[in-house]
Design a protein around this ligand. Structure first.
Ligand code: GLC
Length: 751
């Protein structure tokens, strides 16, 4: 019998509130009995759920209301606590402390490392969670950032920098779906992906986790969220996995590219460059957002109420939950460990779940004390729980808390590997092809060299089988060398010697697969030189000395400083970090796939140019978007037929300037250009008389001054403004803001 429909009216809420704990215990016992014996059988699930929150036919917010009304403070604090699997000793602490979430950090693993073992581990932890009085399932998170990359035998896809080179958001969505299936097969419900960081300085050790250097490119790849969750949000498809937009906000914009550093930008710049990808993810219903370790103008994001609550939850309307990064709360006071003050500061700023991740008992007691002392309002605790529980209900965890073993066999499946190979093909960027040395003939006599030619670990990079990754045969896959040999007409004509020893002039060409060895996060920061290592340089010197044409395949997590060596190379392919399907690289080398990749990052001429990005006027070795193909030898891919565009004309726009801060002798202004016409703008310019003022800095625009007037025009990436749309640029100036004239606006449309 269905329970009476519960209204959300005050009386209904109060009535439910009066339900005795005994009823909850009965419900938990019933749930435990079913789960302990087996997954609920047909007749068991057919029984009416004992309590409203267990009734899947009710609306999610009704279920949340009902459950919240039954929860104690300990239940609620438990939901806000995320602990690392390996720190939970004994495992029954999940039940004892009512932990709402478990994670495996980068080095989290199981033994033996198989999908089955992961699923068994997950189920054991989940059984502890649903043995709590209210039987609230825990949610398990992991960094499945380029596959179920903690699981040996899983399909490892290209890291995001390579996916950015594909310019193929639909492919990225399909990859998200495949990863979700493999992750589901291991029991895990939540991935800490996609990273929607906009990497502005290639020195950053996480550059490869970024889809690119522009907000447009990164925003376009928010389709990964739909892949992981389903297009209609968490739980909207089978094998739906909660996605995480990370790391909010400005992680890729720190000064000098220092990981966890300080992002020194005005609000206008932060909003223009680093916010759009998160808006794109929120608009796609992303269920969680992870905060960035970094600071904004000296203030840690993890304690920044304006950024987290006002901007993300308020202005963007994010209704999922905010999770901290690993032990990030500990950093708020600059001392090791975490304190009650740090806990309340983070939670009050808007953190809903804290990735503690080890001393969960201390966290729980500190938060309880802060709530009881009134320093964390109960309303904040309830809001956090509402956000967390909503995602758990949407995912269906209450109905199916244990692993769906039907998906375990998808881990490393041929279908997923084929998809990964397509992604590898599409991510290859042909940067140089002198004399059409590429594509290679499959009958050619080839000499293959380089430390990454036969190394799955190097091809996969960080976040693969371990946090930092490592060189070597770390998981099953196809190396670039194996791909070349499989494609060759006669594999005996393909010689491999890592260091180039033995090469002579009898070879058609030499293929050198060189670049970076694995790293993750700050350990990958490169504040100094950004060139090839000594082994690679020595190998390349041997190949060059033979007089054989050299084709370089660069396996790296970022552009490298290779301008000095480039003249010695007949061809250069940026392979990025392709993962386990190296056949996708050989597909391009032999022309089975014409290269279509485009640079997601501007390629420096020298490390001294960092940061170097599109539109900054610096002289790059290869510009953002560069990528050659085959056919007319080295001619770039013919431009696609232009879609008919309206005849060029003048647009209609208005400009409003707002002084955002001023000081003695100077001021800063944000200037908004609005398209007040009916046709999209393709370019705009704002101009005004300077008077006694001089402009000292401009962002999101290009400045020219003449005859005492300043003119700021659009950059390459913000010239398009839809009818009714706006774009903002900013500037600082010496002089007084008083009497600032309203700028004139001119704009173009079409063509
Ligand atoms: C790391 C990373 C974050 C990751 C988390 C859990 O420090 O910053 O991207 O999701 O910890 O492993």
């Amino acid at each position: 019998m269905r329970p009476t429909t519960y209204h959300r009216g005050r009386s209904g809420y109060l009535r439910r509130k009066r339900m005795t704990a005994a009823l909850s215990v009965v419900a938990a016992f019933l749930t435990l009995a079913v789960l302990t014996v087996a997954q609920p059988s047909a007749d068991a699930t057919a029984q009416a759920a004992a309590l409203p929150y267990q009734d899947a036919s009710l609306a999610v917010d009704e279920r949340v209301d009902d459950l919240l009304a039954r929860m104690t403070l300990d239940d609620k604090i438990g939901q806000m606590t995320q602990a690392d699997k390996d720190a939970i000793v004994p495992q029954s602490d999940v039940k004892t402390y009512r932990l709402g979430s478990v994670l495996s950090g980068g080095d989290g693993t199981v033994s033996p490392n198989t999908a089955q073992t992961w699923a068994d581990t997950y189920d054991a932890l989940q059984r502890q969670a649903v043995a709590t009085p209210l039987a609230i399932p825990m949610i398990y998170g992991i960094d499945a950032v380029h596959g179920a990359n903690a699981v040996r035998g899983a399909t490892i896809f290209p890291h995001n920098i390579g996916l950015g080179a594909t310019r193929d958001p639909a492919l990225v969505e399909r990859i998200g779906r495949a990863v979700a299936e493999e992750v589901t097969g291991t029991g895990v419900d939540w991935t800490f992906a996609p990273c929607l960081c906009v990497a502005r300085n290639d020195r950053w050790g996480r550059t490869y986790e970024s889809f690119g250097e522009t907000p447009e490119l990164v925003s376009s790849m928010a389709t990964a969220v739909d892949g992981f969750q389903g297009a209609d949000g968490p739980g909207s498809v089978p094998a739906s996995v909660l996605a995480t937009a990370k790391h909010y906000i400005g992680d890729g914009g720190t000064t000098n590219g220092t990981d966890q550093g300080n992002t020194q930008l005005t609000e206008a710049e932060l909003r223009s460059v680093h916010l759009p990808p998160f808006k794109a993810a929120v608009d796609r219903g992303v269920g969680s957002v992870m905060l960035s370790y970094s600071s904004w103008n000296g203030v840690k994001v993890h304690g920044h109420k304006f950024l987290v609550t006002d901007l993300l939850k308020g202005e963007l309307g994010f209704d999922g939950f905010v999770v901290s990064d690993w032990a990030a709360v500990d950093q708020l006071d600059g001392q090791t460990g975490f304190t009650a003050d740090e806990v309340s500061r983070a939670v009050n700023a808007g953190v809903d779940m804290v990735m503690v991740p080890t001393d969960y008992k201390k966290f729980i007691s500190l938060l309880r004390a802060e709530v009881n002392a009134g320093r964390v309002p109960m309303s904040r605790v309830d809001d956090a729980n509402r956000r967390i529980l909503t995602q758990k209900f949407r995912l269906g965890l209450f109905e199916k808390p244990l692993t769906d073993r039907a998906y375990t066999s998808t881990v490393g499946s041929a279908e997923h590997r084929a998809l990964a190979r397509q992604a590898v093909r599409e991510s290859q960027v042909l940067l140089k092809n002198e004399g059409g040395v590429l594509p290679l003939a499959k009958s050619a006599k080839l000499f293959v060299a380089g430390k990454s030619a036969d190394d799955i670990g190097n091809m996969s990079g960080g976040w693969t089988m371990s946090w930092q990754g490592r060189s070597g045969d770390i998981t099953p896959g196809t190396t670039v060398l194996e791909g070349i040999r499989e494609a060759a007409t006669d594999s005996s004509r393909v010689t491999y010697e890592r260091y180039g020893n033995g090469i002579d002039g009898s070879y058609t060409a030499a293929v050198a697969v060189v670049g970076e060895t694995p790293y993750a996060e700050g350990r990958g920061d490169r504040p100094g030189a950004m060139g090839l290592d000594q082994e690679d340089l020595q190998t390349l010197a041997k190949l060059k000395a033979s007089g054989v044409p050299v084709v370089v395949v660069l396996v790296s997590g970022r552009p490298l400083d290779i301008a000095a060596q480039l003249p010695d190379w007949k061809a250069l392919v940026a392979a990025w970090l392709p993962g386990t399907e190296g056949g996708g690289v050989s597909d391009v080398l032999f022309g089975d796939h014409r290269p279509t990749g485009k640079l997601p990052m501007t390629w420096m001429r020298s490390a001294s140019q960092q940061p170097i990005n599109q539109g900054d006027g610096k002289d790059a070795l290869f510009p953002y978007g560069h990528g050659l193909t085959y056919g007319a030898v080295t001619e770039p891919e013919p431009e696609p037929e232009p879609t008919p565009t309206p005849t060029p004309g003048t647009g209609i726009c208005t400009v409003t300037a707002k002084v955002t801060s001023s000081w003695s002798g100077g001021y800063q202004a944000d200037v908004t250009v609005r398209n007040t016409g009916t046709a999209p703008l393709t370019g705009w310019a704002a101009s005004w008389d300077l008077g006694a003022r001089t402009i000292t800095n401009v962002w999101n625009g290009t400045l020219t001054t003449s005859g005492g007037r300043a003119t700021v025009r659009n950059t390459a990436w913000n010239g398009t403004v839809a009818a009714g749309g706006t774009v903002t640029f900013g500037y600082t100036a010496n002089g007084s803001a008083a009497g600032l004239p309203a700028p004139d606006c001119t704009a173009t449309t079409g063509g």
